[in-house]
Design a protein around this ligand. Structure first.
Ligand code: URA
Ligand code: SF4
Length: 181
């Protein structure tokens, strides 16, 4: 059995060679909402927590507006726990090596809803083949949880108000799912 106490010293993939810190996650270990990003960026690698940079500010503003939840009321993590060099997309092998950590976090979190942000999270966790512009807002069954994907907040920072509006719509689906329990 995996012990999450070993995660801070994990060297199972090559991303361990470039990181400053393993970014494990934030929030209560057990939560009705798990928020899943792609990988730590520079701010997260330095600060040691997920989504503490610019995209995180937008993300938690939207989650606050649409779900009435604060950051510390969600369990927040990423598909891979170490920052890829120059923020490149994590490779399939890196995602696969890191997956048992995520599975253990999911097992402990027992979320009602998993919100996947962007293609890396949506494809790897929900198995989607198509891109996020097609798959956002879909509800999938993930063990005992429901899964919903939306755009990554970094895409909203680039794409502007129209992307933010799509994210708000997807978050309203999450709100209904959380309320329906
Ligand atoms: N982008 C992510 O996908 N995750 C973070 O933690 C920060 C930025
Ligand atoms: Fe280990 Fe995941 Fe970091 Fe790779 S990304 S070294 S598997 S914690």
């Amino acid at each position: 059995m995996l012990d999450l106490a070993d995660l801070p010293s994990c060297t199972k993939c090559a991303l361990s060679e470039h990181r400053q810190r393993v970014v494990i996650g934030s929030g209560p270990e057990r939560s009705s909402l798990m928020v899943l990003g792609e990988a730590p960026g520079r701010s997260e690698d330095e600060g040691g927590a997920p989504f503490i940079g610019r995209s995180g500010r937008l993300l938690f503003e939207l989650i606050g507006n649409e779900l009435g939840r604060r950051r510390d009321e969600c369990f927040v993590t990423n598909v891979v726990k170490c920052r890829p060099p120059a923020n490149r997309t994590p490779r399939p092998r890196e995602i696969a090596m890191c997956r048992p950590w995520l599975d253990e976090q999911l097992r402990r979190c027992e979320p009602a809803v998993v919100l996947a942000l962007g293609n890396t999270a949506a494809k790897s966790l929900f198995g989607f083949d198509e891109g996020i512009s097609v798959t956002h807002g879909r509800v999938v069954q993930l063990g005992g949880a429901k899964g919903v994907a939306t755009y990554h907040p970094a895409a909203a920072l680039r794409g502007g108000p129209s992307v933010v509006e799509v994210m708000r719509g997807d978050l309203r689906i999450v709100r209904e799912l959380l309320g329906a329990r």
